[in-house]
Design a protein around this ligand. Structure first.
Ligand SMILES: *Cc1c(COP(=O)(O)O)cnc(C)c1O
Length: 430
């Protein structure tokens, strides 16, 4: 199919994420991807600033990851996980238990990040049911969060940007504390956690767990808050008998400068969700990890089993590539790479601060954010980036990048130059 035919057929047939079928913004057909470059179907090359939404940390078409998939394919693509097991699942589970905080010991594999959040919520509720507490079924979280698009996950997303009004009658009602305001490297102020504490104090009898994206709120606003908030949240959970769930789907596997964002704090959650970069961007796979207390309680009380079991649970291809991706991460000095990206983003995106329409520039690990003063027009701005030879997809007032860790300094400069150019162009459009 030609470039043009692809676009026309796509428009006629396909939904894209959060898009209209009637007046969709432009899409760009990709023919292949290698390293940090996407090759469009018309031959143009783009440097990738998005890592396909946090996932492709090693870049695309990586020989080691390709090899992991093809070797596993020779053995089997998939078998059911009910009553059967296999080495890819066992080895990956062992690895995840080894690299995550020590108390997390039991692994549940799911097919996507949203499902791993559903699983985490069900675990928390089943834990309390097993202890005879049928009244603890609600969740406590913070505003501006994002935890996925399925109903359970959506119910803990920010009530305004998460579109709760659309689904009001079918969404469970949860409790929302104020967004943390103390920034990542600011001095801690105790009043930042007051709203969370007040809600916990008042409603703990109905609350099963607190769920948070540690340190980085992703799709809900690309906001970086103080790790001390997590320490305080843990204290509150312990004080009021609440489980603590960390959604590390976006932050896991090095993105914030630590292997997991919770390592910026002293906290181990009771339940932790992983996804996105888990397979290095090759396949959809997520995991929900929990500690012995939660696993044993669920297994001992009530039904005595955990009530979830996806058809494609622990898919061997996905588990194999995930294991290879974690090994690769460990062998390729990710920490140095992420530190270098952070330093370069701080230096180069900082230039945007001189532009009138820039509200703020924020950098943490391999994440760079330029917040502008009004929503970006998605019918034109992605096209401007493509014309500059880069792939950057803003949302709302946020122009942000989280490139593959393997990006070179020169390639990263192309991304930051493109951002400066586009933000500058927007500032002259007012
Ligand atoms: C992307 C994301 C999810 C949802 O994951 P999917 O794989 O898209 O279902 C959940 N939580 C966070 C923090 C995410 O960034």
């Amino acid at each position: 199919m030609s470039y043009k035919t692809l676009i026309d057929a796509d428009r006629a047939l396909l939904w894209h994420p959060y898009a209209s079928m009637v007046d969709p913004p432009p899409v760009f057909p990709v023919a292949s991807a290698r390293g940090v470059r996407l090759t469009l179907a018309d031959g143009r090359e783009l440097i990738d600033g998005m890592a396909s939404w946090w996932c492709a940390i090693h870049g695309y078409n990586h020989p080691v990851l390709n090899e992991a998939v093809s070797t596993q394919l020779q053995a089997m693509a998939h078998v059911m996980f009910g009553g059967l097991t296999h080495e890819p699942a066992v080895s990956l589970a062992q690895k995840l238990v080894d690299v995550t905080p020590r108390e997390l010991q039991a692994v549940f594999f799911a097919d996507s990040g949203s499902v791993s959040v559903e699983v985490a919520i069900k675990m928390a509720i089943q834990y309390w049911v097993a202890r005879g507490r049928l009244d603890k079924q609600r969740l406590l979280t913070i505003r501006q969060g994002y935890h996925g698009d399925t109903f359970g996950a959506m119910a803990v997303c920010d009530p305004v940007t998460g579109m709760h009004s659309l689904f009001n009658d079918v969404l469970p009602g949860h409790y929302f504390a104020d967004t943390p305001r103390v920034r990542f490297d600011e001095e801690w102020r105790d009043d930042d956690v007051k709203s969370l504490k007040t809600l916990a104090e008042k409603h703990h009898k109905e609350i099963a767990a607190v769920i948070l994206e540690p340190v980085v709120q992703g799709a809900g606003g690309m906001w970086f808050y103080s790790p001390e908030y997590l320490n305080k949240a843990r204290e509150i959970c312990d004080q009021f008998d609440l489980l603590l769930i960390f959604d590390e789907i976006a932050t896991g596997f090095g993105r914030t400068g630590r292997l997991f964002a919770c390592e910026h704090s002293r906290v181990t959650p009771d339940i932790m969700c992983l996804g996105k970069a888990l397979t290095g961007g090759y396949m959809t796979l997520a995991a929900t990890l929990t500690n012995a207390r939660v696993a044993d309680t669920i297994s001992a009380g009530g039904k005595g089993v955990f009530m979830h079991g996806p058809t494609f649970m622990a898919n061997p291809l996905a588990c194999s590539v995930a294991l290879a991706s974690i090994h690769l991460l460990e062998q390729t000095g990710w920490q140095q790479r992420v530190n270098n990206i952070q330093r370069q983003l701080q230096a180069e995106l900082g230039a945007c601060r001189e532009l009138d329409n820039v509200v703020e520039v924020r950098v943490l690990g391999a994440i760079g954010v330029v917040e502008v003063d009004r929503p970006v027009d998605m019918h034109v701005v992605p096209q401007w980036f493509v014309e500059r030879g880069v792939w950057i997809r803003p949302f709302g007032r946020l122009i942000y990048i989280m490139p593959p860790y393997v990006i070179s300094a020169a390639e990263l400069t192309e991304l930051t130059d493109a951002i400066y150019h586009v933000v500058n162009k927007l500032s002259h459009q007012l």
